[in-house]
Design a protein around this ligand. Structure first.
Ligand code: URA
Length: 208
């Protein structure tokens, strides 16, 4: 697996703004969407192009198109929804698959409660979106579900990643590349990323 921390100045600037303690819901949501666009841009860097001839304003012209790439975006509920519109801005033809994962309070293991995948997963690249890669449990479970459904090309887009989550993904799914705006220091005793963003779902939905 590889982890790509995006070091573009716009990304560094925006993730810094998100760390402000008193950031408003509106601002946090906007920044989530903006960073999702930039992460999607990076995650598509190696998509193959093909030449096609179209009718241009001055006659036939050869242009480039992305070659046969079918994408499904996979938000992990609920915080992943905050990144969805941003990714769809960049890849408007993508289909959306949804995963919901709770935590079993007895075993502390991820417990999927909803899985609604689009068809033809074997032909699609899945872009999983979740703002926070903390322990990595939900991300690993989502990749497990996608692979069981036949998906073979999977990437993950997260705003902030903890080393603990990266290690778990490296162990369980070394074939999945993670694109992140930041690799932070560690998880605290409550499973929050430090310095992190706090509870990203609460901040996106205004439920804190
Ligand atoms: N989920 C969050 O929203 N924030 C964290 O820091 C960890 C998990």
């Amino acid at each position: 697996m590889s982890v790509k921390q995006i070091n573009h100045p716009l990304v560094r600037h925006k993730i810094g703004l998100m760390r402000e303690a008193d950031v408003s819901t509106k601002k946090f949501r906007e920044l989530t969407a903006e960073l999702a666009r930039l992460l999607a841009y990076e995650a598509c860097q190696d998509f193959e192009l093909e030449a096609v001839t179209i009718d241009g304003w001055a006659g036939p012209v050869e242009v480039e198109r992305i070659k046969g790439k079918k994408v499904t975006v996979v938000p992990i509920l609920r915080a992943g929804l905050g990144m969805l519109d941003g990714v769809l801005d960049m890849i408007p033809s993508a289909k959306v698959s949804v995963v919901g994962i709770a935590r079993n309070e007895e075993t502390l293991m991820p417990a999927p409660y909803v899985e609604k995948f689009v068809g033809n997963l074997a032909e699609r690249m899945a872009l999983i979106i979740d703002p926070m890669l903390a322990t990595g449990g939900s991300m690993v479970a989502t990749v497990d579900m996608l692979k069981r459904a036949g998906c073979r090309q999977i990437r993950a887009l997260v705003l902030v990643a903890a080393p603990e989550g990266i290690r778990l993904m490296e162990e369980k799914h070394p074939d999945v590349t993670i694109f992140t705006a930041s690799i932070d220091s560690h998880l605290n005793e409550h499973g929050y990323i430090i310095p992190g963003l706090g509870d990203a779902g609460d901040k996106i939905f205004g439920t804190k």
